[in-house]
Write a protein that binds this ligand. Structure first.
Ligand code: ATP
Length: 319
């Protein structure tokens, strides 16, 4: 293999640039050429492809977002779209591809592999919703962004003796809510993996009030529903006023944490190593601090492991 490509697809996540940099430099270090494909699968179809040199990925390890841009591309889901993409890859002489994105992007990669074109995936999403990896790229940074925001909200909550409901991202996965809730001592954490009775939330609020608590933080994962709805239910049940903050896309941006920079670097390098070893249809993962690889088709039949003990701990500590 003499030439490989790299693209980012789906939602962006901090740390993607570190992974791109690692793919490019690990490739050049091993004597191959690396091509950047812009705007995800859309750029693969339109031929928005450019050779990347060592200096093209300089000064990006610390930047959020993705220098290759990202997109969602319906055309790539069709056989015709993928045939055009394969033609483009042949035209540029690209023999292997690294796809940085979520499970949808991996499906696209698998389809290319099935057409005889080797691809390797890197899990890049803040949601931490991919099976068989302890962490996805971007999760740690998003978590720290959330914690920073909650710390600030806590200052005003304490000053005004207010109850805050904070809605965080994660789609169907509660990890961002659970981990930030534990890190920030939230009174209640509402996640899609666990059903929490509104009575339990209200009881905890009342108990806190009785023992003189000056603030309350409730974290709601977006997969549970809207924070406004929860606020309405608390008002109906307990006649307590709450303030709602929806953190939104601020969670996706920002300079990647040291953890995500290192994770992106390790995963990017491993992806190149696997492609050169003739591997395909695999996703890079981190498990017990080891960088490993799993068959994508196999892992897409599984669900991301919910950390029950972490949830229990958060409950215990918020009595
Ligand atoms: P995120 O988790 O951030 O949403 P994702 O990778 O899951 O990331 P998707 O929108 O599901 O995001 O997928 C990104 C792109 O991958 C799609 O726009 C499409 O081009 C391609 N893709 C998704 N599913 C398939 C599929 N079944 N077959 C071929 N290509 C696909």
């Amino acid at each position: 293999m003499k030439r490989i490509g790299v693209l980012t697809s789906g939602g962006d996540a901090p740390g993607m640039n570190a992974a791109i940099r690692a793919v490019v430099r690990a490739g050049i270090y091993r004597g191959i050429e690396v091509y950047g494909i812009y705007h995800g699968y859309k750029g693969l179809i339109t031929g928005n492809i450019k050779k990347l040199e060592v200096s093209d990925v300089g000064d990006i390890v610390q930047r959020g977002g993705t220098i290759l841009y990202t997109a969602r591309c319906e055309e790539f889901k069709t056989e015709e779209g993928r045939a055009i993409a394969i033609e483009q890859l042949k035209k540029f002489g690209i023999e292997g591809l690294v796809v940085i994105g979520g499970d949808g992007s991996f499906m696209g990669g698998v389809k290319l592999t099935q057409l005889g074109f080797p691809t390797i995936g890197i899990p890049g999403t803040i949601d931490n919703d991919i099976p068989e990896t302890d962490f996805t790229l971007g999760f740690d940074t998003a978590l720290n962004t959330i914690i920073d925001a909650i710390d600030k909200i806590r200052d005003t909550a304490t000053s005004h003796e207010r109850r805050f409901i904070i809605e965080v991202m994660g789609r169907g996965c509660g990890d961002l809510a659970l981990w930030s809730g534990l890190a920030d001592g939230a009174e209640s954490i509402l996640i899609p993996e666990k059903t929490e009775d509104i009575d339990q939330i209200c009881d905890r609020l009342s108990r806190g009030l009785e023992r003189g608590k000056r603030h309350n933080i409730i974290i709601v994962a977006e997969g549970v529903g809207s924070a406004d709805e929860i606020a309405k239910k608390i008002k109906e049940k307990n006649n307590m006023d709450t303030r709602v903050t929806v953190l939104g896309h601020v969670q996706r941006g920002g300079s990647p944490s040291a953890f995500d920079r290192i994770l992106g670097s390790r995963m990017g390098s491993k992806a190149v190593e696997l492609l050169l070893a003739g591997e395909k249809g695999k996703m890079i993962a981190i498990q017990n601090n080891h960088i490993v690889a799993h068959d994508i088709l196999d892992l897409l039949t599984k669900k991301h492991d919910f950390n029950e003990s972490l949830f229990q701990l958060a409950k215990e500590l918020s009595i």
